[in-house]
Ligand binder design. Structure first.
Ligand code: GTP
Ligand code: MG
Length: 194
């Protein structure tokens, strides 16, 4: 897939603000600071489209990016960020859940996990939810530039076992090295056909 046009159509904080059109959607989920917004910028080849930060909790609303006037890439706020109030965490969890439970046009999910970390309870919850809803998903291991080749192999093996998935459903990704970009684009192709 060639990215021709990208438009941030909406930043939604509640259900009423979701776009009303019926373009297929691919959602990006993962814990705070895992590199969701950075992946969007890298894959779409737009430097500062999605706001990124070294401090977790940057993305707060749900961002709907319309790609090639044909599908939405949906950037969710990250979960598991410790340094916010309980009230705020509840609100975020609610926002994420509402989106996942109400979107009729979800085709595929990219679950991002830092390649150096073991999956958290929240990551497991996501995978269980995808299975429950029969939503196909791919695991993207981010920040692969931070580890060596054998650590990459180990991480992929670990994720296969942990989630009981095939290694074909894992993408090793690095925004720094532009690793895994074409695989993510293939996912877009595969899951956004009308
Ligand atoms: P929230 O919006 O808080 O949920 O975070 P996010 O998942 O959108 O993370 P974001 O893209 O803002 O990136 C968090 C930090 O990780 C930033 O400092 C990025 O520069 C860094 N980062 C993201 N991807 C990579 C990568 O592939 N390699 C390296 N070395 N750093 C990365
Ligand atoms: Mg973000």
């Amino acid at each position: 897939m060639k990215i021709k046009t990208v438009e941030l159509v909406r930043t939604a904080f509640n259900e009423e603000q979701y776009p009303k059109d019926n373009f297929p959607q691919i959602v990006i989920v993962g814990r705070s600071n895992v590199g969701k917004s950075t992946l969007i910028n890298t894959v779409l080849n737009r430097k500062n489209l999605a706001k990124t930060s070294s401090k977790p909790g940057k993305t707060r609303g749900i961002n709907f990016y319309l790609i090639n006037n044909g599908f939405y890439l949906v950037d969710l706020p990250g979960y598991g960020y410790a340094k916010v109030s309980k009230e705020m965490k509840k609100q975020w969890a609610h926002n994420i859940e509402t989106f996942l439970n109400t979107s009729k046009y979800l085709r595929h999910a990219l679950l991002l996990i830092d390649i150096r970390r073991t999956p958290t309870e929240d990551d497991f919850l996501m995978v269980n939810w995808f299975r429950h809803k029969e939503l196909p998903f791919t695991v993207v291991l981010t920040k692969a530039d931070k580890v060596n080749k054998s650590e990459i192999v180990n991480a992929v093996e670990g994720i296969c076992k942990t989630f009981n998935i095939d290694s074909e459903r894992i993408i090793v990704f690095s925004s720094l090295k532009k690793m895994g970009v074409s695989q993510v684009l293939s996912i877009f192709d595969e899951w956004t056909k009308k």
